[in-house]
Design a binder for this molecule. Structure first.
Ligand SMILES: Cc1cc2nc3c(=O)[nH]c(=O)nc-3n(C[C@H](O)[C@H](O)[C@H](O)COP(=O)(O)O)c2cc1C
Length: 206
């Protein structure tokens, strides 16, 4: 495979086009900003980050309150995610324009997006200037999940949420399932079921 060498660039893909809710409903500042520069940085305690340009209207809201929520984007929300990533909350009420509803969070004061099936309530611990963006490092203090995605045994079926990925400027629906955590080393069962040879019960924990 012949490869060209390019200068360093932000080309990780896919990333989530996450819908970040911030501000406060009571004082009319509730807002949504779409953020692709996000991810998990630690498992215990659960920590995440969002990188936000200081010029964004949401930047001041998040810096002031120290709180935000990451709402995962589904196929039915993706047009709204794009809208919230183009228009500024300084000029429009994005909840109203998109016909989205606020939902009270359990641990933070900013609202969640009711139509998103999974929201992470986050409290900022550090603000780290990176250059173009500031990174808000945050504790994930609660997770809110649509009950329709949880089976009777309490297992979450996120594959049923129709989540969306963002890759190099384009949105994609998640497609075919190719495997599950540890499947590459799992021995095929021969004869009667046996626990031998199966990976530890880590359930995808990293
Ligand atoms: C798919 C997508 C991803 C984006 N990712 C980021 C990001 O990671 N950081 C950022 O500062 N802006 C990002 N933006 C741009 C902001 O969402 C956009 O400037 C938005 O209008 C800011 O809203 P606000 O002024 O109400 O805060 C992204 C936009 C889109 C459409």
């Amino acid at each position: 495979m012949a490869k060209q060498k390019w200068k360093g660039g932000a080309l990780i893909a896919p990333v989530p086009p996450a819908m970040i809710s911030c501000g406060n409903e009571a004082d009319g500042t509730a807002n949504i900003i779409t953020i692709a520069w996000t991810g998990i940085v630690n498992t215990v305690p659960p920590k995440t980050y969002i990188s936000v340009r200081p010029s964004r209207h949401s930047y001041g809201l998040i810096k002031q309150s120290g709180e935000f929520a990451i709402n995962l984007t589904t196929a039915s929300l993706v047009r709204h995610a794009d809208y919230c990533g183009v228009y500024t909350g300084a000029k429009v009420n994005k909840f109203e324009k998109c016909g989205l509803h606020t939902e009270e969070a359990s641990e933070i004061s900013c609202p969640l997006i009711a139509e998103s099936p999974l929201s992470l309530e986050c409290r900022v611990t550090d603000v780290i200037p990176m250059g173009s963006h500031d990174m808000f490092l945050a504790d994930i203090v609660a997770v809110r999940v649509d009950e329709n995605l949880i089976d009777n045994d309490g297992k979450l079926h996120l594959d049923k949420a129709k989540l969306v990925a963002f890759a190099h400027g384009e949105y994609f629906a998640l497609g075919e399932k190719l495997g599950t955590f540890g499947y590459s080393v799992k021995k095929k069962k021969k004869g009667p079921p046996s626990k031998q040879g199966t990976p530890k019960k880590s359930q995808g924990k990293k």
